[in-house]
Design a protein around this ligand. Structure first.
Ligand code: PLP
Length: 398
């Protein structure tokens, strides 16, 4: 979204007005209306009854999680810190899932106390959680996270199909089910096969394989387990276009294909509620990172715009958060006129601190603002914020 001057607009407010309001740069700004619109669009496309869960690690800003909690059907957390944020939103505990390898006893305790659903990532974790539940004489709701024998194809981040610290290898789940302690109330299964995928067919294919996998496991459930299975978390995987040449996911196509997945699930796993867990798809495009040019300098013929930002706020834009090759996030500035090729850098004393490499921008000077788009996910919380001791970054929901 941009104004007539070309300036980026967040929540109806131009970034220069936001900078004036805050009295400083740099900052991240997130657009509430865009997040709400994205979720509404998803609901229209997806089969009725598929739950949309927010994966908090994409952006744990409490104000944003609060906003999202009123729009989604549940929240997935991966630490006691995230659990505390989710609980404070007022989300029903049964709608909070706690996944992630290496949950400590203190974290399991916090989940038990909160009444959240623990996603078991190993037989050892199952044993520890059953003991804690037994000590409190409660039956604790759990799901088993399965490391699938397949991966999400054509995805930026592929999981599954290999050895992994995440989940229980599918072939080991039957033995785990036979050993399921009575202190644990097994609700279902969770299968995450990858993320950042722009191909609707690949996502639906992984979902269809997940239904097959879970239907096979149900046959192994012990008599005291809840049968039929009540919940199947199909994983996420919906990606956003970050780089030149990438095309947005075709949501209508995904919706069509997911209607077939849902029909297969209704047939083979009657009564199971399906869910998808999304992080970046809900928030990435709603966020912009805004920094100010501090210095324009020319080095051996190359123009560098040195900004007050950097990879300590936005490691992903610097190309250091996954991805084998460094590619530029979309960058916009106000103004038109003569353009030049520039490299936008931050203030850290490392050659890694490049926010955009050799891009065309209108000619800028010290004081001008630069907005990096698609920045609503994996920003400050996924960046080395204490590197070089610069002040903490501001984040605003507009
Ligand atoms: C990180 C994560 C997600 C969210 O990934 P996005 O790419 O942000 O959508 C979903 N599920 C699990 C298990 C995760 O670890």
């Amino acid at each position: 979204v941009s104004s007539s001057s070309g300036e980026h607009v967040v929540g109806g407010v131009g970034v220069s007005a936001l900078a004036a309001r805050l009295g400083r740069t740099p900052f991240f700004a997130y657009d509430r209306a865009r997040i709400a619109a994205r979720i509404a669009e998803l609901r229209r496309a997806l089969p009725a009854g598929v739950r949309i869960l927010y994966s908090m690690k994409a952006n744990p800003l409490p104000a944003l999680v609060d906003e999202l909690s009123g729009l989604v059907d549940g929240i997935d957390v991966a630490s006691a810190g995230e659990l505390a944020i989710a609980v404070r939103t007022g989300t029903a505990p049964a709608r909070i899932g706690f996944a992630g390898p290496g949950k400590t006893d203190d974290e399991l305790d916090a989940a038990l106390a909160a009444g959240a659903v623990v996603h078991l990532e190993s037989p050892g974790e199952m044993g520890r959680y059953a003991r804690l539940a037994g000590e409190r004489s409660v039956r604790a709701p759990v799901v088993i996270r399965v490391n699938p024998p397949f991966q999400l194809e054509r995805a930026g981040l592929r999981m599954g199909g290999d050895a992994a610290p995440f989940g229980v290898d599918a072939e080991d789940v039957p033995a785990m089910l036979r050993a399921l302690p009575r202190e644990l109330d097994l609700l279902g299964f969770h299968v995450f096969a990858g993320s950042q995928c722009l191909d609707a067919a690949a996502i639906a294919d992984a979902q269809a394989r997940t239904i097959d996998l879970v239907a096979g496991l149900v046959a192994e459930l012990p008599a005291h387990a809840s049968a039929p299975v009540r919940s199947v978390n199909l994983g996420g995987g919906l990606g956003v276009p970050y780089f030149a040449g990438e095309r947005a996911l075709d949501l209508a196509e995904l919706g069509d294909r997911m209607h077939r997945v849902a029909a297969a699930a209704a047939d083979r796993l009657p009564g199971a509620v399906l869910a998808i867990e999304l992080g970046r798809y809900l928030v990435a495009e709603a966020g912009a990172y805004v920094c100010r040019v501090v210095d324009r300098k020319v080095s051996r013929g190359r123009v560098f715009l040195v900004t007050d930002g950097g990879m300590h706020h936005h490691l992903a834009a610097a190309g250091r958060l996954g991805g084998a090759i460094r590619r530029n996030f979309p960058v916009v500035t106000a103004g038109g006129g003569a353009s030049e090729e520039v490299t936008v850098v931050g203030r850290l004393c490392t050659p890694l601190d490049v926010l955009a490499d050799r891009i065309e921008l209108p000619r800028l000077a010290a004081g001008d603002l630069i907005a990096i788009l698609q920045s609503g996910a994996y920003g400050p919380s996924a960046s080395p914020g204490r590197f070089l001791g610069h002040p903490p970054i501001d984040e605003v929901l507009v």
